[in-house]
Design a protein around this ligand. Structure first.
Ligand code: NAP
Ligand code: ZN
Length: 352
């Protein structure tokens, strides 16, 4: 076993602090990765503060992991020492259920998340994520990372990227469609980039008037301030699809009313308390659908990473030292991030 250094939450109220623990031995099908960068997802904040009431402490967050392979098990076929590699939100699943068979491991009833899941290799311990210097992962859950893209800006693709790519593909977003993205944060800004890259007329909904110019630079054809009911009225019944990335409870009806007949709104945000109940008449009278989506499978995550390498798509990031993580969480809560914090894991050495 190898010692890992990290930053961990020890309870829902205290700031993250240095923490060391053991990673498992590198098994036959495992890849050991020296972590170089890790993105900061709002899900990290939800779980650090136990907002989903399922956190186990100590909790080492981080599921937007990129780094370099330092060791491989004897049966590893697709990675060698020195390769770039990535790890997203999952590190295991049953491998045999219909969801796994279809490459949709995220929907497997036995999927193991990268952190805050029971770790079958380390009984009594939870899985520990990427706010740490190394990780050991089965190669089935390890992603190939292109050396063509900026590595720090690639990290957020492992969660923010796939969580927006997957529903946009599932609902077949493309040319001739009008598509809305709600919220310009980590997920939302990737949603704008993908919807635009897929050829849709892309409209960004934001509560932050100071993000309008940025949204256009990122690819939005139009930007709507969602608090402005006049602006919202102009878009009634005009959208084919809306991807809603908002991290807080809010009124869904104002967006449902913007869908055409048979339009769909997909929620990916997971607020700590429920949204106000939607008005069912909004669904019935136009046969609209309200749906949800969870990250994406491993096969689709690799497809998304390859798409990004081909189309030169990365996240817009602000690089931080691990010592700044608590301030970064506070800023994220105020929507003050353009548009993803990424931890430079080199800073961890100084912290340990
Ligand atoms: P983020 O960077 O904090 O972005 C969320 C955005 O939502 C903010 O930038 C803000 O955009 C908007 N917003 C925040 N509070 C709001 C409010 N009260 N009313 C309206 N809009 C508000 O968060 P993220 O990392 O993108 O994550 C977003 C959500 O997705 C989180 O709940 C996270 O846990 C969840 N998530 C889900 C999955 C999945 O698989 N389904 C995967 C990853 C994350 P504006 O300033 O533009 O309004
Ligand atoms: Zn995430």
């Amino acid at each position: 076993m190898a010692k890992a250094i990290s930053y961990a939450a020890h309870d829902p109220k205290s700031p993250l602090a240095p923490f060391s623990f053991e990673r498992r031995e590198v098994g036959n099908t495992d890849v050991q990765i020296e972590i170089l960068f890790c993105g900061v997802c709002h899900s990290d904040l939800h779980q650090v503060r136990d907002e989903w009431a399922n956190s186990t402490f100590p909790l080492v967050p981080g599921h937007e992991i990129v780094g370099r392979v330092t060791q491989v098990g004897s049966n590893v076929k697709h990675f060698k020492v020195g390769d770039l590699a990535g790890v997203g939100c999952m590190v295991d699943s049953c491998g045999t259920c219909p969801d796994c068979a279809e490459g949709l491991e995220q929907y497997c009833n036995h999927s193991v998340f990268t952190y805050n899941s029971p770790d079958k290799h380390m009984p009594g311990q939870a899985t520990y994520g990427g706010y740490s210097n190394q990780i050991v992962v089965d190669e089935r859950f390890t992603l190939k990372i292109s050396d063509k893209l900026d590595l720090a800006a690639t990290a957020p693709l492992l969660c923010a990227g796939i969580t927006t790519y997957s529903p946009l593909r599932h609902w077949k977003v493309g040319p001739g469609q009008k598509v809305g993205i709600v919220g310009l944060g980590g997920l939302g800004h990737m949603g704008v980039k993908f919807a635009k890259a897929f050829g849709a007329h892309t409209v960004l909904f934001t509560t932050s008037a100071n993000k309008v110019e940025d949204a256009k630079r990122l690819g939005a054809d139009e930007v709507v301030i969602s608090k402005d009911s006049e602006q919202m009225q102009q878009h009634l019944q005009s959208f084919d699809f809306i991807l809603n990335t908002v991290a807080a409870p809010h009124n869904l009806d104002q967006f449902m009313a913007l869908l055409k007949r048979d339009g769909s709104m997909c929620l990916v945000g997971v607020p700590d308390s429920p949204h106000p109940s939607p008005n069912i008449a909004n669904l019935i009278f136009k046969r609209r659908q309200l749906a949800g989506s969870l990250i994406g499978g491993i096969r689709e995550t690799q497809e998304m990473l390859d798409f990004c390498a081909e189309h030169n798509i990365t996240s817009d990031v602000e690089l931080i030292a691990i010592q700044d993580i608590n301030t970064a969480f506070d800023r994220m809560l105020k929507s003050d991030v353009k548009y993803r914090f990424v931890i430079d894991i080199a800073s961890l050495k100084q912290a340990a």
